[in-house]
Design a protein around this ligand. Structure first.
Ligand SMILES: [Cu+2]
Length: 138
């Protein structure tokens, strides 16, 4: 399993689930109606396929605040990762832009881009074949 930083939307979901569970335990009726509405994200994450042996698409342009979700292809027979090779100079927490492990299939990695600039990603196992560029605009 690949770990990923817990996003705000994910945390909100967990809180909603926890509240429903508490209400269910207390025997309250209409539990779902009393759960707070989930916050809507600005836009859906852009999906990138992590496949043997390419990222698809290889180039993406995002607006500040948009997210990318890398999804490992079911047809994969080789392990891959997502690794930030270079990013904007003022980028903080650079390590969080890379997966910590490799995976063959059944993995996703989501990241929100809040720092404008150019990001270059590779798969560390297949760096010459698997590379992609993400440009984040203000
Ligand atoms: Cu690879």
């Amino acid at each position: 399993m690949l770990s990923r930083a817990p996003g705000a939307a994910h945390a909100a979901k967990l809180i909603a689930v926890a509240m429903v569970a508490v209400l269910a335990l207390s025997g309250a009726a209409a539990t779902a109606a009393e759960a707070p509405p989930a916050k809507k994200p600005k836009s859906k994450p852009k999906e990138v396929s992590v496949a043997d042996f390419y990222f698809g698409p290889e180039k993406l342009t995002l607006k500040e605040g948009q997210s990318v979700n890398w999804v490992w292809a079911e047809s994969n027979t080789y392990p891959h990762d997502v690794h930030l090779k270079s990013g904007p100079k003022n980028l903080k927490q650079k390590k969080t832009y890379s997966t910590r492990t490799t995976a063959v299939t059944d993995a996703e990695f989501e990241k929100t881009f809040t720092t404008p600039g150019t990001y270059k990603f590779i798969c560390t196992i297949h760096p010459t074949q698997m590379h992609m560029t993400i440009v984040v605009k203000k």
